[in-house]
Design a protein around this ligand. Structure first.
Ligand code: AMP
Ligand code: GLY
Length: 430
């Protein structure tokens, strides 16, 4: 198969790496890719290639697909999905992994997602949605704090404020209607504040069926002890030792119910759960693989990803049968100094090969590129995802940190406590 992956993050490197392992992959392109997605060896002796195709330009993607006789397009990020790139490709007869724009509204509009959950009896935080400031403020005053304020549309993960005081809540409502998130904030969802550990369940969804992947747990805050600003994710592990069998069964059942309600959906559905005292509830749906969740989930998949993605894209649920390695995976993100705020780029990165020489270690790139001298340099906030597999959670965690020590670049920033709460047990969540 000739395959094109759209995207440039650690998620897309992990997807590309998994597709490259398949004996069925004849050629593999990534648009635009990163410093790690270029040159991954294929079983036939070839290698993956980065290509300069704008992932938001459906016609440009379609032209490339025709030129290189691409058999399958895998869309990584939410923006092209919400913009309808999958629709244009499907209309032209191309096999696509990733939902159409209509179903991508599950991530593209929080109000749409909430109504979907109501209709399908999916547990989630109580809410109300508003298109004007005055009634929104009145609702906040009536409900009291803590309360959660969300810009309705895509805001690159920045449109959510968990307000601990009424004052912060009102400020957040005002900021949305004042244009802080552009069009995304012209409609606002206000939610009950839920408490509990968060847990992600990604699922292959096709033909109204859900095929869940192992659960994983992200670390969103920038600094140790879950302090500092929210980020795209500073580390993750899978599976999640604190999840009970009952919680797992409920999450699987919720994903089944969601899949049954979206018969045309062909891609990954990501359930972001909160494990509340009243059971798992959905915080959000995403219509794509998680980043960095994918970096710990796909290395444990023991089934050919090309077979799985082809079956999903064709709507052939009967052809899907997933096997998983009986191991633990821990990922620590190495970021640029200053991230998620401003940071410098172009710092030379050393030691990735040494880290990958350790048994069970894979380094997925995110913000990396090669400079004109051919050196690997930083080009983004989240730079590398250092992933280790191990027979135990502790072994995987120790190995990931050993690998992190071998990698150097100016301003390297990381959390030292990825997975620590999980090791300490459920009580470490307040
Ligand atoms: P979202 O973009 O909807 O995933 O929200 C980002 C983060 O905000 C989530 O991962 C949670 O940590 C937090 N959050 C969102 N909604 C709620 C809620 N209703 N209660 C508590 N925390 C929330
Ligand atoms: N790790 C959170 C996300 O992918 O949305």
């Amino acid at each position: 198969m000739n395959i094109l992956v759209l995207g440039s993050g650690g998620r897309e490197h992990a997807i590309t790496w998994a597709l490259a392992k398949s004996p069925r992959t004849e050629s593999l392109y990534v648009a635009p890719g990163n410093g790690g997605t270029e040159g991954i060896a294929l079983a036939n002796g070839g290698a993956s290639e980065n290509v300069k195709v704008d992932q938001m330009d459906a016609q440009a993607v379609l032209d490339f697909v025709k030129e290189r006789e691409i058999d399958l397009v895998v869309i990584g990020p939410e923006a092209p999905l919400v913009a309808g790139v999958a629709d244009v490709l499907r209309d032209a007869g191309v096999l696509v992994y990733g939902p159409n724009a209509a179903e991508a509204q599950l991530e593209g509009s929080k109000a749409y997602a909430k109504r979907f959950m109501d209709r399908n009896n999916i547990p989630t935080a109580a809410y109300a949605d508003f298109t004007e400031e005055a009634p929104a403020i009145a609702y906040v005053e009536e409900q009291g704090a803590p309360i959660v304020i969300k810009a309705d549309g895509l805001a690159a993960g920045k449109g959510v404020v968990v307000a601990e005081t009424l004052e912060d809540a009102k400020d957040a409502v005002h900021a949305c209607f004042d244009g802080a998130f552009g069009e995304a904030g012209s409609s606002v969802v206000i939610e009950e504040c839920m408490r509990g550990p968060e847990c992600s369940m990604l699922s292959f969804v096709t033909g109204s069926k859900s095929f869940p992947m192992a659960p994983s747990q992200d670390h969103k805050r920038a600094y140790d002890g879950d302090t500092g600003p929210n980020t795209g994710g500073m580390g993750v592990y899978s599976p999640v030792p604190i999840v009970t069998d009952d919680e797992m069964a409920t999450m699987v059942e919720i994903m089944d119910r969601a899949a049954a309600a979206i018969p045309d959906y062909k891609g990954t559905l990501y359930g972001g759960f909160m494990l509340t005292p009243a059971g798992p509830k959905i915080v959000e749906f995403n219509v794509r693989f998680g980043d960095p969740e994918t970096q710990v989930v796909l290395p444990r998949l023991d089934t050919d990803l090309v077979d799985v993605m082809e079956a999903v894209a064709k709507g052939d649920a009967d052809a899907i049968d997933l096997d998983w390695l009986d191991s633990w995976a821990v990922c620590v993100v190495l970021a640029s100094d200053g991230y998620p705020g401003d940071y410098e780029k172009g710092k030379i990165i050393r030691g990735v090969e040494d880290a990958e020489a350790l048994e069970g270690v894979t380094v997925f790139h995110a913000g990396t590129t090669h400079n004109t001298e051919g050196e690997l340099v930083t080009s983004g906030g989240r730079v590398l995802n250092v992933v280790a597999l191990g027979d135990t959670f502790e072994a995987a965690r120790d190995k990931a940190y050993e690998a992190c020590d071998l990698i150097e670049f100016d301003g390297k920033q990381l959390r030292h406590d990825i997975g620590l709460k999980a090791l300490l047990g459920r009580d470490s969540w307040k």
